[in-house]
Design a protein around this ligand. Structure first.
Ligand SMILES: NC(=O)c1ccc[n+]([C@@H]2O[C@H](COP(=O)([O-])OP(=O)(O)OC[C@H]3O[C@@H](n4cnc5c(N)ncnc54)[C@H](O)[C@@H]3O)[C@@H](O)[C@H]2O)c1
Length: 267
């Protein structure tokens, strides 16, 4: 498998119970990594981990609410005790709450900030503390944060969400700078996925119709595809393959970048 071989790596994927996160967990396992899924969806997370374990990979589930420091501590400890180490973190968990600017609700905006910004920040904090020399895992590693094409274009009705994903972009750059300068041995990169028809993506397609921006979900999706040079929606596997690359030694001299996986929509 060459440079994309992740044999021996120990990965935690947040929000890995379903959607993009589940696909990333599967792809990391297929590349040889042992994988822990962390999510607030305990039953589905267990099922996804069991399905990966059935393929012969080492896989487990840990409850994780990315908004909470104590939950991170427990999830990282569970990852180390179950997998025997921790050197890959994919900060994938996120939520999207659609609202035109004129309709922004402070509590809902704060809910998004809490998951998308606080969650990613705490993830980097615990990854750095654990992976850096002298930490409980101590072998360095790779962090991949999931931002969005929403951080690179202006799409109506997702101002708040786009702001959180722009924050993920900046968190990635500053995290990469600190991890490099301070000798943690941890690379930090992010991915900007385009629209993908997961639970989140399909809900957004419905929300923009409800907001009066497009007449039907088919028209909204058709417009997105029309703005995408490669002419289709994204698939979860598109993001998963990019994550495997960024975690692998093929990306050994890459840190602090954002990789669009959007068919060219955000170019
Ligand atoms: N689907 C898209 O079109 C799209 C596009 C660009 C970026 N993204 C980003 O990709 C990531 C995954 O999105 P998805 O489409 O798979 O969404 P999804 O809603 O299908 O899955 C999100 C997962 O995150 C988990 N999660 C939510 N809050 C959590 C918390 N507090 N702690 C732990 N886990 C939590 C959910 O339980 C779920 O398993 C998100 O960060 C999203 O913003 C999605």
């Amino acid at each position: 498998m060459g440079n994309f071989d992740l044999t021996g790596r120990k990965a935690l994927v947040t929000g890995g119970a379903r959607g993009i996160g589940a696909s990333i967990a599967e792809a990391l396992a297929k590349a040889g990594a042992a994988v822990m899924i962390g999510d607030i969806l305990n039953d589905l997370g267990q099922q996804t981990a069991s399905a990966i374990a059935k393929t012969g990979a080492k896989a487990g589930f840990t409850p994780l609410d990315v908004r909470e420091d104590a939950s991170w501590q427990a999830a990282v400890a569970a990852t180390i005790s179950t997998l025997g180490g921790f050197d890959v973190l994919v900060n994938n968990a996120g939520i999207e709450i659609t609202a035109l600017v004129v309709d922004i609700d402070a509590a809902e905006l704060r809910r998004m900030l809490d998951v998308n910004i606080v969650g990613v920040s705490l993830g980097m904090k615990h990854a750095f503390r654990t992976m850096r020399p002298g930490g409980p895992a101590g072998k360095g590693g790779a962090v991949v944060n999931i931002s969005s094409v929403a951080a690179t274009i202006a799409f109506p009705s997702i101002a708040g969400y786009s702001a959180t994903k722009s924050a993920v972009d900046r968190l990635t750059r500053v995290g990469a700078m600190e991890a490099g300068k301070l000798g943690y041995g941890v690379r930090v990169n992010c991915i900007y996925p385009g629209l993908i028809p997961t639970d989140m993506g399909m809900k957004l397609a419905g929300d923009v119709v409800a907001a009066g921006l497009w007449p039907t979900t088919d028209a909204a999706v058709g417009d997105v595809v029309g703005q995408t040079p490669l002419g289709r929606l994204g698939e979860v596997g598109d993001v998963a393959d990019a994550a495997v690359f960024l975690c692998s030694d093929a990306a050994r001299f890459i840190t602090g970048v954002g990789l669009p996986v959007d068919g060219g929509m955000g170019m």
